[in-house]
Design a protein around this ligand. Structure first.
Ligand SMILES: [Fe+2]
Ligand SMILES: [Fe+2]
Length: 214
């Protein structure tokens, strides 16, 4: 089904980016555990990838806490307290992730894997609740289209402010998506960002992440 509601589309897209980020990171930990080493050409990129994942996840939760949930709260029934409580729990695990990333070496991969699995086990049921409750049908009944577009714009501005350094966070967002989804997502960014900054000027910064991206 093609999603046309801009709020739902934005929600599903960012969930997809983060879900892939978590899965890829766990798979990479497994690969390193089998190899008994982090290949030197992947070490720097893995830290950048996980740092970007941490920023993007936290930023997504902040924009739900600050923008969409306060608007939805009076209009759409959903377990908001539980959802916000999940955000707090995930934020604390993301802080631990940040600590584990400083000076990451092969010795830390086992603990890192356990931590990411723990984040994923909170994340997957959490997004299921959001995606089941915040559907096009329910949103279209209570928020008019024009207002929906404004909410999405507000959320993306808010997201950009909190998602860490653009030279690594933007490619993380773009290249954890593929095909039409990537195309639709990138449509919202200025030409200079898509054609010049990310692929040329900033490439030196995000290139180490390439083994983890699509
Ligand atoms: Fe959430
Ligand atoms: Fe969400």
């Amino acid at each position: 089904m093609i999603e046309t509601n801009p709020i739902v589309k934005g929600l599903l897209t960012i969930h997809k980016v983060i879900t892939r980020g978590l899965r890829t990171s766990i798979q990479k930990c497994d690969e390193y555990l089998v190899k008994q080493a982090i290949p030197p050409e992947e070490a720097a990129g893995f830290t950048i990838y996980l740092t970007s994942l941490r920023y993007i996840t936290h930023s997504h939760h902040l924009s739900e806490d600050d923008i969409s949930f306060p608007i939805f709260r009076d209009l759409i029934e959903a377990p908001y307290n539980q959802l916000m409580d999940d955000h707090v729990k995930i934020a604390s695990l993301l802080d631990t992730l940040d600590q584990q990333l400083s000076g990451l070496s092969f010795a830390g991969i086992g603990n890192l894997r356990t931590l990411i699995v723990e984040i994923e086990s909170l994340w997957l049921p959490h997004i299921r609740i959001e995606e089941e409750n915040f559907t096009s049908d329910r949103i279209d009944k209570v928020i008019e289209k024009e207002k929906q577009v404004k909410i999405v714009e507000k959320m993306s501005r808010h997201g950009i402010e909190n998602s860490g350094p653009g030279p690594t966070s933007l490619p993380f967002l773009f290249y954890n998506l593929e095909g039409k989804e990537r195309e639709d997502f990138m449509m919202h960014f200025p030409w200079i960002v898509k054609k010049i900054l990310v692929p040329i000027i900033w490439k030196v910064k995000w290139k180490p992440m390439k083994p983890f991206l699509l």
